[in-house]
Design a protein around this ligand. Structure first.
Ligand code: GH3
Ligand code: MG
Ligand code: MG
Ligand code: MG
Length: 318
């Protein structure tokens, strides 16, 4: 982004808060040529206008009847939404104590009367310029943070199917096993492998194979979207699902439903004994304990998957 961009070109917006009309008018005359000028005649009104109009700078009188300038400044600085707004005191109270107090409350500047117009104008210009630069930096860092989040999200995804990739799966399983062990909770793992997929590719071509993988990924994503559930592409045509707080029995039912849903999609597969694309599924689960670590989940789900293959494919083993 260009630091000389549109934000820079916008006129600064100044809010004058002063209970005396003459003071407002003097400042208005100095600033009106270069800035949009708003005014409020009491501290309470001033704070309301800051929230409504988000000015770039506040010129704040100290002595006002209901709520003095120090109190206004303190209020603005305490609210995160207005804390970054530069406050400049403009006051007849010119002794060191008053000025110190104003600056210690967070004011960026302290101008004493009588007002010297060129000095006021030059200082206001500088403060508004700094405020604009600060705003721009803040916006940039927000955009960067957003981009960063998007990149992190991408780094967790499998490029073809959009489900989690193997790396994210490994991390998630490790932390879920730890969590379930610590809290004595159920945890289940589902492993799915598409049946006769090599033949599918050979018969229909690799691009059609990719499309089928995408469909299976989408089916899995739709089936397991509760918070904490992780759907991942474990390898080529293998998918895995982590199910926190889920018993093996329930995971088995969910896996069976998934198997049937894929069959219902009826993707033709002429070289399969079922005529359509199917998958074999293995489920491992139960209470996580010290004996049931990450390796146990993986090898148990793998063993169950192997049984499904050996017993004729297109089935779920727990
Ligand atoms: P089984 O029923 O025993 O699982 O047989 P299978 O053919 O599915 O198993 P095998 O492991 O022999 O073959 C897996 C095939 O999956 C091989 C490969 O062509 C295919 N495959 C793996 N990754 C991809 C991919 O990203 N895109 C496509 N189109 N095919 C893939
Ligand atoms: Mg006053
Ligand atoms: Mg395989
Ligand atoms: Mg396979």
């Amino acid at each position: 982004m260009n630091i000389e961009g549109p934000e820079r070109a916008a006129r600064g917006k100044i809010l004058i808060v002063d209970d005396t009309t003459t003071n407002i008018d003097i400042l208005y005359q100095i600033l009106k040529g270069e800035f949009d000028v708003l005014f409020a005649k009491s501290g309470v009104d001033g704070i309301r206008m800051v929230r409504e109009h988000t000015p770039d700078l506040v010129l704040l009188d100290v002595m006002m009847p209901d709520m003095d300038g120090y109190e206004v400044c303190r209020t603005l600085k305490q609210d995160p939404a207005t804390a970054g707004l530069p406050v400049v005191f403009v006051t007849a109270m010119g002794n060191d104590e008053d000025e110190t107090r104003g600056l210690e409350l967070g004011a960026i500047d302290y101008l004493t009367k009588p007002i010297r117009p060129p000095i006021v104008l030059a200082r206001v210009r500088n403060h508004v310029e700094l405020k604009h630069r600060g705003d721009l930096l803040e916006q940039l860092s927000r955009e960067l943070a957003q981009k960063n989040r998007e990149l992190e999200e991408l780094a967790r995804q499998d490029g073809l199917t959009g489900v989690s990739n193997r790396r994210h799966f490994d991390e998630s399983l490790r932390s879920e096993v730890q969590r379930a062990t610590r809290n004595g909770r159920n945890l289940s793992l589902i492993m799915c492998d598409i049946d006769r997929f090599k033949q599918f590719n050979d018969l229909y071509g690799h691009p059609a194979g990719d499309t089928s993988l995408q469909l299976v990924g989408e089916l899995l994503r739709k089936s397991f979207k509760r918070a904490g559930e992780v759907v991942a592409r474990y390898g080529g045509e293998e998918f895995a699902v982590i199910l926190p707080d889920t018993s093996a029995e329930l995971a088995g039912h969910l896996a069976e439903r998934l198997r049937l849903e894929l069959m219902a999609h009826a993707l033709p597969h002429a070289h399969s004994e079922f005529g359509v694309v199917t998958m074999s599924i293995g489920v491992a689960g139960g209470l996580a304990t010290r004996d049931h670590g990450v390796e146990w989940y993986i090898s148990s789900a793998d063993d169950a998957l192997y049984r499904s293959k050996a017993q004729g494919r297109n089935r779920v083993s727990v």
